[in-house]
Design a protein around this ligand. Structure first.
Ligand code: IMP
Ligand code: MG
Length: 189
């Protein structure tokens, strides 16, 4: 019964075979948190969430990192269509605190063309961080337009438009617990 209710709501727009289930995601997030805990031991860590897409990943990941840390938030928008970014990035909300001398970990949802993160990387490095590392849950390497490497990757995925676990299409589906491929008819109409 509950399955049918889900199908009628958010899940009806998602391809039947789920790309990543919430269990697969949780397992990988635990592994990433453990690795980051090892790598950043003893460092003054600031973890930055890139709003809004990374928010679900961020709240799960920080609870898997067993280190003292400051949290900060940055909201950016990249101009473009709903399914493709143009690389022209605008800061909608900047960090609350300076990051000079801090070891910074940027948490993103997905690296697609790489343009958003290459802009951010340059922007944050110019503020005098002691180090800057990028963690992304998803990577779509086939679509890269600028050379951008993250330091920590959750999953490599094929070239398809995905939603859920924070990722949206036109602001919808962020609250889906799993990650699925959006049926093309949803954005092609
Ligand atoms: P990039 O600048 O092309 O690397 O785009 C990165 C941003 O585009 C991400 O932070 C997402 O907000 C968005 N994005 C790219 N691919 C997808 C997708 O498959 N689903 C949802 N959002 C996506
Ligand atoms: Mg988005």
């Amino acid at each position: 019964m509950s399955e049918m209710i889900e199908k009628r709501n958010m899940y009806k727009d998602i391809e039947d075979e789920m790309l990543l289930t919430k269990e697969q995601i949780a397992k990988r997030v635990r592994e990433m948190g453990a690795q980051i805990t090892k790598d950043f031991a003893g460092k003054d860590l600031t973890v930055i969430c890139i709003l809004k897409g990374a928010v679900v990943f961020f709240v799960d990941l920080i609870r898997e990192i067993d280190l003292p840390m400051s949290l900060d938030f940055m909201a950016i928008s990249s101009y473009g269509s709903a399914t493709k970014s143009s690389g022209v990035v605008r800061i909608l909300k900047d960090l609350d605190k300076p990051i000079n001398g801090r070891h910074v970990l940027v948490v993103e949802d997905i690296v697609d063309s790489g343009m958003t993160l290459s802009f951010l990387k340059e922007n944050l490095l110019s503020r005098g961080a002691a180090s800057l590392h990028i963690v992304t849950l998803l990577d779509k390497p086939e679509r890269r337009r600028v050379p951008l490497k993250a330091d920590y990757y959750g999953f490599t995925i094929p070239d398809a438009f995905v939603v859920g676990y924070g990722l949206d299409y036109d602001e919808l589906y962020r609250n889906l617990p799993d990650i699925g491929i959006l049926k093309p008819e949803v954005y092609e109409k």
